[in-house]
Design a protein around this ligand. Structure first.
Ligand code: HMG
Length: 440
């Protein structure tokens, strides 16, 4: 049985590794050398990574790929993607190249409002609470001035605060529901700092409010935190072309392609089992760019899936139509992203990725990320409704299977050639490798 430990966080990195290796690994030297293999030789850079999180023992690499040829609102981009899954970057690249000759992607940032809430309990009359809220609201906004003054200079700040009565759901439960404009920052720290100040001022001023009874004065703050549900931080991305221009993507006639494609989208709109996988394919593109640009993919994931369920049933994030001979395919997605603050100014590869994207504003990054999701979905649906997904996906996955069996350069070259004209499946690759090895 493994042992527990107290004071682990206070140990040095090398002592932490010693403890882990002693407690969990039979081949201690091997385990240690794998961990150390991933340390950066530049001590300063390694220290930077060590200090991103707590109890760091090594680095966990993800490949950073790039997908070129993305024409977005008439500007050409090469999009950085950090992801471990084969065929995602190829799929995005293929879709980008296809739409490059058809006007590219068009986007519209619909809104950029972020939300935070102070959750509190109050047992008393609503009218008097509402009167207090109206009286104290300017003081709440004044109390956060030291936090908001720089954001205001950049054009952002607190937009509004509302009092919400949630007592139908939980007795005595109310919220201060605040909205924010955080400009180019994702704004989590900014919003949380404002909320905690709102809570403190709200509680203090309640104590002094003469119309409250003694018990009403005791407002019980439960918590103050931003929401990752951002249905008003919304971007739309779209591609469209004449029906007849839907040629050469997958070798079938444009009308048939469009019809099958739209049916696939319609199925994802009404069938949650399919919608989850459909949206997973979209998130292949979204998360990869979100990660490469140092944004919080967990926040994005949570917000996106909540949005996909907003009508009471989990549904597709993309939609497609043909009207008057024009094929249209679009996504509408909530994305709270930042291009300043957080990791964006710290992680060298994040800085490089943002420079590759021409140092975008948060709004431009919202557009780019939405486009990556749309492109990914276009490529996946095009394959699913024509050749099937395995043909292209397994072609890209071939190298992983060969690496799993330690194929050398010569074996790889021979089998890559062989599988240009043969279907890639795991067992076919294993068989072909076995065959090759017995021949020599
Ligand atoms: P293909 O037509 O065999 O590719 O497609 P090609 O060799 O003819 O090349 C055409 C272009 O594709 C290239 O142009 C590249 O843009 C790109 P070029 O660069 O030559 O001018 N491309 C590549 N880019 C980088 N590296 C490569 C590469 N190969 C092609 N090695 C492809 C092959 C995989 C692109 C296609 O079959 C495809 O798009 N498949 C879909 C793959 C996919 O969606 N993968 C995601 C993982 S599966 C999943 O998790 C999601 C899913 O479940 C979601 C859902 O159900 O909706 C499917």
């Amino acid at each position: 049985m493994s042992t527990s430990i107290s004071g682990f966080s206070k140990l040095s990195k090398s002592k932490k590794i010693d403890w882990i290796v002693d407690s969990y690994f039979s081949n201690k030297e091997d385990a240690k050398s794998i961990l150390k293999q991933y340390w950066n030789t530049n001590d300063k850079l390694q220290q930077l990574h060590d200090e991103f999180i707590e109890n760091t023992i090594t680095n966990y690499y993800l490949p950073l790929g790039v997908a070129p040829n993305f024409l977005i609102n008439d500007t050409l981009y090469t999009i950085p993607m950090a992801i471990e899954e084969s065929s995602v970057v190829a799929a995005a690249s293929k879709a980008a190249k296809f739409w490059l000759d058809r006007g590219g992607f068009k986007t519209e940032v619909i809104s950029t409002i972020k939300v935070g809430q102070v959750h509190f309990k109050y047992h008393g009359g609503f009218e008097v609470l509402n009167t207090f809220f109206k009286a104290v609201k300017p003081q709440l906004i004044a109390a956060v001035k030291p936090i908001t003054k720089n954001m205001e200079k950049r054009g952002g700040g607190v937009i509004d605060i509302e009092l919400k009565d949630k007592t139908k759901d939980i007795a005595g439960y109310y919220q201060l529901h605040a909205t924010f404009d955080t400009q180019d920052a994702m704004g989590a720290n900014f919003i949380n700092s404002c909320l905690e100040q709102f809570a403190q001022t709200f509680k203090e001023k309640a104590q002094q409010f003469k119309d409250f009874s003694d018990s009403e004065k005791n407002i019980d703050i439960i918590m103050s935190i931003l929401s990752n549900y951002v249905p008003e931080c919304l971007v739309k991305a779209e591609v469209s072309c004449k029906l007849e221009d839907l040629n050469d993507y997958s070798g079938i006639l444009p009308e048939e392609f469009a019809s099958k494609f739209i049916q696939a989208v319609n199925i994802a709109e009404i069938e949650p089992y399919r919608a989850v996988t459909h949206n997973k394919g979209i998130m292949n593109g979204i998360d990869a760019v979100v990660l490469a640009t140092g944004n919080d993919f967990r926040a994005v994931e949570a917000g996106v899936h909540a949005y996909a369920s907003r009508h009471g049933r989990y549904s597709s994030l993309t939609h497609a139509s043909v009207e008057n001979g024009i094929f249209k395919f679009w996504i509408e997605i909530p994305l709270a992203l930042g291009t300043v603050g957080g990791l964006t100014g710290l992680h060298p590869l994040v800085k490089l990725s943002l420079e590759l994207l021409k140092k975008p504003s948060a709004k431009t990054l919202m557009s780019i990320v939405a486009v990556a999701g749309l492109a990914q979905n276009f490529a996946a649906l095009s394959s699913l409704t024509t050749t099937g997904i395995q043909q292209g996906h397994m072609k890209m996955h071939l190298m992983n299977i060969l690496n799993q069996f330690d194929a050398n350069a010569q074996e790889k070259a021979t089998l890559v050639e062989h599988f240009k004209t043969n279907n890639v499946t795991h067992s076919a690759v294993v068989e072909a490798l076995k065959h090759l090895r017995t021949k020599h």
